[in-house]
Design a protein around this ligand. Structure first.
Ligand code: ZN
Ligand code: ZN
Ligand code: ZN
Length: 767
C-alpha cells in the first residue's frame, strides 16, 4: 500500500452475455492482477455484479482490462458504474455466492457451444484424467442453454446439479489458474454423467466403450437413437442404402433430406464442395448444419438427400460425437432430429423409449437431463453471405442486436410452420430455439414454454403480445389467451408484413419496398397471399400492397398444395391450354389416376368456388410438376427445392419479358411456354428460365414502384428467399437499376423469422 494515493470504491453492474462464459473467473483474475479487493457475483437477472476497492489508477486499469480482455464468448452490453462512499471493507478479492437479485433486464445466458480445441486435445490424451470422457467441457465450451433451469447460472440451477464434483474436479473448479475455474459443467468419468447402450426396449447392453460400440453398430447398418445436448438424434450409416430405406419407411419420410454429421472437414470434402464461408460456418463454435453442394465425387447413399443438389452437413460438436467415428471408416453418419410427425424433438429418456423404440435398433443414452430442448441450426451460403434456414442451437437465445431501440417491449408468437417466439426489448431481439410446426397440443405447449423461459431468462415484461393475422392459427389463439391473462393489448400483423419488417429491422431501414416470395400467408383481404410487393415504413403498423403475382386457382384447395399438378393444371388451362390429354395420360402422376383427372377437369369447367392464391411457392411447385421434377409435396418446400436443384447449371433459354398487368406479374403464360417447350430444351434450362422469369418480373415491378415512390432500398424475404437462383437474379436486376438490394443474414428469411418481424412491428410502430 502506497501512502497518500487516491482510493476508490466502485460497484459495477454488467449486463449482456456474462454468465456461463467464464466471466467471474476473468473478473477475479483482472481484479487480483490490478491489486484490487472486493467481490464478483452472478445475479438472478443473468447479469454480474462487481465491487472493487483500491487505487484509482488500478480501478482505471481494471476497467480497461474489462473492456479489452473479456473472454471470447462474453458480450458486454452495458456497465453501470456507481461510486460508493465509506472506507475499504475487503482485504482480498473473492468470487461470492450468487445473488437472486433481479432488477436489470436484457442479460441472457449463452447458447450451447461446441467442444473447444483444448478440450478435444485432452479428450485424446491418454495421460489426461478426462481422456475419452464423452462430456468433457470447460469454461469456453459445452452446453449452457439446454441445461439451465433457472438463473443465476450456478451448477445447482442446472441439470448438472445431480453430479456432485469429485475431489479432482473440485480442485480445478477452485483453482483460479485453471481453465475450469468456476466452470459449471465441469465433470470427469468419475463424477460426471454416464453414457450407456440399450436395446430398443431399454435393456442395458454390457459394453465397456458404449460410444465407440455405437459407432460400430451404425457402420454395420443399425439404426440408433443418440442423446445429445439438446435432444435425440436418429443416426444411421450414410454409406448403406438398407438402414436409410428402413428409416424412411418407419419415419414416413419418403424423400425429406437427412442431415449428416461428418467425421472431419476433410471427410466432408470427399463428397461435397466446401467454400471458405461454408468452412468458416462449419468450424464455428455454433457448429450449424450447413447445406453443401454435392461434388462430382459424391459417394453417399442416394437415399440420404434424394434429388437435391445439396446435403446438410455438420461437424461433431461434443466429445461423444467425435468418439462415434473412432473405430470406423465411415466419413459421416446420418444425424437427424428425432421427432415423431408434428411433434417437437424428443429429449426425455422415457419418452424416447416410448416414441422411438419402433424406429431404432438401439439407444445411446446418457443420464443427464435436458432442461430445454434445442434442434440443430441449418444454414446455407449464397456467394459469401450466410443464409439462415433455421436459427437454433449455437445461436438461441443470444440476442440479435438492432441499431435502433424499440418503443415498447413485446413478445411475438410467430406463424404456424417452422415457428419460433421472440421477445423484443430495447435494441435486443431474443429469438427462441426452433419450435417446429405449431399445429397441436405438444408444439403449442413447447412454444409457450419457450416464450416463458425467454421471459424468465431476460427478466422482462412484455407490454403487448403480437401474432399473425390468420384467425385460425394455433399461435393466434395462444396469443389471445396470453394477452387476456396478462391484460395486454393484442397486435395482429399480416404474415408478409412481418417478413418485410424483419428484413428492414435487420438493416435498420426507415422505409423499403420488399419482395416477399413465400408459401402461404393470410392476406389483409382474407386472401391466400405469397408473392407480394409491399411498401413498409418502420413506425407504421400499416403497409401498402404495391403488387403481387397473378392469382392462380388452387383446384381442390389444400390438396393442390400437396399435389402441384393441380396448380399446374389450373394455370395452364387459364393460359388457354387444353389440359385434358395431359391429365388423362397414363403417366400423369395423379394419385387417383383418371378419376382424379375427371374431377379436376370438372372443377376447371365449373370455374366457380375455387380458391385463388398469389403464392410464389405454388408457381415454383407448378413448374416442378410440369417439368416432371416433383409431383407430390411430401415435405415443406419439396417441389420448389427440387426445382432449384434441377436448375443448377441451367441457362436462361426462354428470354421471357416480364408481363405486367398493372400491379400483377403474369405467371400462367410463363408456365404455358415451359409446357410447350419441354421437347426443345433441357429440364435444367427450363427450370432456370422459370426462376429467372419470376425473379426479373418481381424485381422489375418493385423497381417501377421504387422509382415512383422514390425509395432506394429493395428487400427480398420470405421462404423462397433461401433460393439462390431467385436471390442472385433479383440482386442483379435491382442493382443494375441503381438501387440497393437487401437480404437477411442474421434472421431466417422463412417463417423462423416471422416472430421477430411481428415483434418489430409491435415494438416500433405508433399505435
Ligand atoms: Zn473446452
Ligand atoms: Zn470429476
Ligand atoms: Zn412466411
Amino acid at each position: 500500500m502506497s501512502y497518500g494515493r487516491y482510493y476508490l470504491r466502485v460497484k459495477l453492474n454488467v449486463t449482456g452475455i456474462v454468465q456461463g462464459v467464464g466471466f467471474r473467473p476473468f473478473i477475479y483474475r483482472i481484479a487480483v492482477k490490478n491489486g484490487l479487493a472486493g467481490y464478483v457475483r452472478n445475479r438472478g437477472d443473468a447479469g454480474v455484479e462487481i465491487l472493487i476497492e483500491g487505487d484509482a489508477q488500478c480501478v482505471e486499469s481494471f476497467r480497461r482490462d474489462l473492456a479489452e480482455k473479456k473472454p471470447p464468448l462474453a458480450q458486454i452490453d452495458q456497465v453501470k458504474l456507481v461510486k460508493l462512499s465509506g472506507t475499504n471493507q475487503f482485504g482480498e478479492f473473492t468470487i461470492w455466492k450468487s445473488s437472486d437479485a433481479a432488477e436489470f433486464s436484457g442479460s441472457i445466458i449463452p447458447p450451447d457451444i461446441a467442444i473447444c480445441n483444448e478440450c478435444l486435445t485432452e479428450l485424446r490424451d491418454p495421460k489426461n484424467p478426462r481422456y475419452d470422457y464423452f462430456f468433457i467441457t470447460c469454461t469456453n465450451c459445452g452446453p449452457r442453454f439446454t441445461i439451465i433451469e433457472r438463473l443465476p447460472y450456478d451448477r445447482e440451477n442446472t441439470t448438472m446439479r445431480e453430479f456432485p464434483l469429485c475431489g479432482f474436479c473440485q480442485r480445478e473448479y477452485n483453482d483460479p489458474a485453471n481453465r475450469r475455474f468456476h466452470a459449471q459443467t465441469v465433470a470427469c468419468p468419475l463424477c460426471g454423467p454416464k453414457v450407456y447402450l440399450t436395446t430398443r426396449g431399454g435393456e442395458p447392453l454390457d459394453s465397456k466403450d458404449p460410444v465407440r460400440e455405437a459407432g460400430k453398430l451404425l457402420s454395420e447398418g443399425s439404426v440408433l437413437a443418440i442423446k445429445g445436448n439438446g435432444g435425440f438424434h436418429i443416426a444411421c450409416s450414410v454409406m448403406l442404402d438398407k438402414p436409410l430405406k428402413r428409416l424412411r419407411a418407419t419415419k414416413h419420410r419418403r424423400e425429406k433430406p437427412f442431415a449428416v454429421m461428418v467425421k472431419s472437414l476433410a471427410a466432408a470434402k470427399t463428397f461435397a464442395e466446401v467454400g471458405s464461408k461454408e468452412q468458416e460456418l462449419l468450424q464455428s463454435p455454433m457448429r450449424p448444419i450447413v447445406l453443401l453442394n454435392k461434388s462430382v465425387c459424391y459417394n453417399l447413399s442416394p437415399f440420404a438427400a434424394p434429388n437435391l443438389h445439396n446435403i446438410g452437413v455438420m461437424l461433431p460438436y461434443t466429445g461423444l460425437h467425435h468418439m462415434l467415428f473412432d473405430g470406423v471408416d465411415d466419413p459421416a453418419f446420418v444425424m437427424t432430429s428425432a421427432n415423431p410427425p408434428n411433434q417437437p424433438i424428443v429429449y426425455d429418456n422415457n419418452d424416447a423409449l416410448k416414441t422411438l423404440g419402433g424406429t431404432v435398433d438401439y439407444f445411446l443414452f446418457h443420464n443427464r437431463k435436458i432442461a430445454h430442448r434445442c434442434d440443430d441450426s441449418v444454414m446455407r451460403v449464397h456467394g459469401k453471405r450466410q443464409v439462415f434456414i433455421r436459427r437454433s442451437r449455437g445461436y438461441a437465445p443470444a440476442p440479435v442486436r438492432l441499431k435502433a431501440k424499440a418503443k415498447r417491449c413485446v413478445v411475438g408468437l410467430g406463424g404456424e410452420l417452422n415457428n419460433t417466439a421472440c421477445i423484443l426489448l430495447d435494441d435486443k431481439a431474443f429469438i427462441s430455439q426452433h419450435i417446429g410446426d405449431v399445429e397441436n397440443v405438444e408444439t403449442r405447449s413447447f412454444l409457450q414454454e419457450a416464450a416463458n423461459h425467454l421471459y424468465s431468462l431476460t427478466n422482462c415484461h412484455a407490454e403487448a403480445v403480437v401474432c399473425d393475422l390468420h384467425p385460425k392459427f394455433t399461435t393466434t389463439a395462444l396469443a389471445k389467451e396470453m394477452a387476456a391473462a396478462d391484460g395486454l393489448p393484442l397486435i395482429q400483423v399480416q404474415h408478409h408484413h412481418a417478413h418485410a419488417a424483419a428484413l428492414m429491422a435487420e438493416h435498420n431501414l426507415e422505409e423499403a419496398i420488399s419482395v416477399v416470395c413465400d408459401g402461404y400467408g393470410y392476406g389483409s383481404d382474407g386472401g391466400a397471399w405469397g408473392g407480394e410487393i409491399l411498401f413498409c415504413t418502420r413506425d407504421s403498423s400499416k403497409f401498402k400492397r404495391l403488387g403481387h403475382l397473378e392469382p392462380q386457382p388452387l383446384l381442390g384447395g389444400d390438396v393442390a398444395s400437396r399435389y402441384p399438378l393441380r396448380v399446374a393444371a389450373g394455370m395452364l388451362a387459364k393460359a388457354g391450354i387444353d389440359v385434358e390429354p395431359w391429365l388423362m395420360k397414363k403417366d400423369a402422376h395423379l394419385p387417383f389416376g383418371e378419376t382424379e383427372a375427371h374431377l379436376i377437369l370438372d372443377q376447371l369447367r365449373k370455374g366457380s368456388g375455387v380458391v385463388e392464391t398469389t403464392s410464389c411457392g405454388r408457381v415454383l411447385d407448378a413448374a416442378a410438376a410440369v417439368l416432371g421434377i416433383c409431383y407430390e409435396r411430401s415435405y415443406e418446400g419439396e417441389p420448389a427445392m427440387k426445382l432449384e436443384s434441377a436448375a443448377i447449371g441451367g441457362k436462361e433459354v426462354l428470354k421471357l419479358k416480364p408481363v405486367l398487368h398493372g400491379e400483377t406479374l403474369e405467371t400462367a403464360t410463363m408456365l404455358r411456354l415451359i409446357f410447350e417447350k419441354k421437347a426443345d430444351f433441357s429440364t435444367a434450362d427450363l427450370a432456370y428460365s422459370a426462376h429467372a422469369y419470376l425473379a426479373k418480373g418481381l424485381a422489375s415491378l418493385a423497381i417501377e414502384k421504387a422509382m415512383v415512390l422514390d425509395v432506394k432500398n429493395i428487400g427480398f424475404t420470405g421462404g423462397a428467399a433461401c433460393n439462390q437462383i431467385l436471390a442472385k437474379v433479383m440482386r442483379k436486376t435491382v442493382e443494375n437499376a441503381g438501387l440497393q438490394f437487401l437480404v437477411h443474414e442474421a434472421i431466417p428469411a422463412g417463417d423462423g423469422g416471422v416472430s421477430f418481424g411481428q415483434a418489430v412491428v409491435g415494438g416500433f410502430s405508433r399505435f
